[in-house]
Design a protein around this ligand. Structure first.
Ligand SMILES: [Zn+2]
Length: 213
């Protein structure tokens, strides 16, 4: 679901942010995240509050090297990448597709685990926010045609009020050693640890194209 990009809608969004005393610095993060995400999705807004909260709970400095795990591919990975510098490309963002709107962040560690913070949307707290609750629970009572702006407004009003957190011990993945080998089917190079039997996953279980030319 997307929020209209009509200029008036953005003006109303800014007015809501000012009314709910969202700091100029966080408003700037909203602008950057909307631009990166390309659409103004409700989940993105919640994600911005989640990442901001997680970074504050960690006591992290701006630009500090952090790691993140998002528990869904929906929305959360984008504010993580924009606001924390943990990206898919630098391997500091992972998605564990559990399907929960939750996020864990931690500092680097040479040990096998490290303390981190997990921020999640709290179902109990959501009950105080009728529109967010209807949208979040996929209720038939949520009408996206008429309720999208009231939803965004309620998310901005709620801020961290719908979130809870846990201090957690995060397991640090082991670094794999590997060597480059040739796939017996396509002939391209691939890390040996990514093989299935004698071929690459592109020629096996992860095949997604047929060569045309
Ligand atoms: Zn292959």
């Amino acid at each position: 679901m997307q929020f209209t990009s009509h200029p008036r809608a953005f003006t109303e969004m800014r007015e809501s942010m000012d009314a709910y005393e969202i700091s100029p610095a966080l408003q700037e993060q909203f602008t950057r995240c909307i631009s990166f995400h390309t659409v103004t999705a409700p989940g993105l807004f919640i994600g911005v509050f989640m990442v901001d909260y997680a970074i504050e709970l960690l006591g992290a400095r701006h630009g500090e090297k952090l790691y993140a795990v998002a528990e869904t591919y929906k929305c959360i990975p984008d504010p993580v990448q924009v606001m924390s510098g943990c990206t898919f490309g630098n391997h500091r963002l992972q998605v564990v597709p559990i399907g929960k709107f939750a996020l864990t962040m931690n500092r680097p560690s040479e040990k096998k685990d490290i303390e981190g913070v997990r921020v999640y949307v709290d179902a109990e707290k959501l009950k105080q926010y009728r529109i967010i609750n209807a949208w979040y629970t996929h209720s038939p009572g949520f009408d996206s045609a008429t309720m999208i702006y009231p939803l965004i407004d309620e998310i901005l009003k709620a801020g961290r009020d719908i979130l809870s957190y846990q201090r957690v011990r995060v397991r640090v993945p082991l670094k794999n050693t590997w060597k480059s080998v040739k796939c017996n089917t396509c002939g391209e190079m691939v890390p040996d640890i990514a093989l299935e039997e004698d071929h690459c996953k592109g020629c096996g279980s992860l095949s997604y194209y047929d060569v045309l030319s």
